[in-house]
Design a protein around this ligand. Sequence first.
Ligand code: HEC
Length: 114
Amino acid sequence: MGLATAADGADIERGKALYAQLCFNCHGPKLEGGQGPSLIDSYWQHGSSPDASLRVIDKGVPGSPMIPYENVFPEADRLALRDFILSEQVGLREVVRSVYPRSHFTTKRRVTQS
Ligand code: HEC
């Protein structure tokens, strides 16, 4: 269960510091997106699970500016980056959808129909 990997505050602070050194260049200072996609909306090109986000950070996206970071940062730092990103979410991720009953989202779905 992905949500069980909740990091403690220290890891998230570490991830935030690393993000501000590098990732912000492409994903925006507030993770809102830029050259790279927003990391706070509910749309995930490569999967919304915590594991999927970690996989992109580790392996990159071949043929895109998103390079693999597995040889750049030690694993603890990559986990901290992933957990920082998760801590900043403002949209609903699939993880959340899988936890709540479907009926919880029926009102929200109607909004997108217009
Ligand atoms: C040089 C620009 C650049 C930098 C620096 C960069 N990224 Fe990315 N990132 C991208 C692009 C472009 C994509 C989309 C790739 C694609 O799908 O074609 C992406 C995709 C991602 C995704 C997947 C998003 C999704 O919708 O599934 C994650 C997570 C991510 N980056 C995290 C990071 C983190 C963490 C860092 C810092 C270690 C970082 N990126 C640094 C350009 C960058």
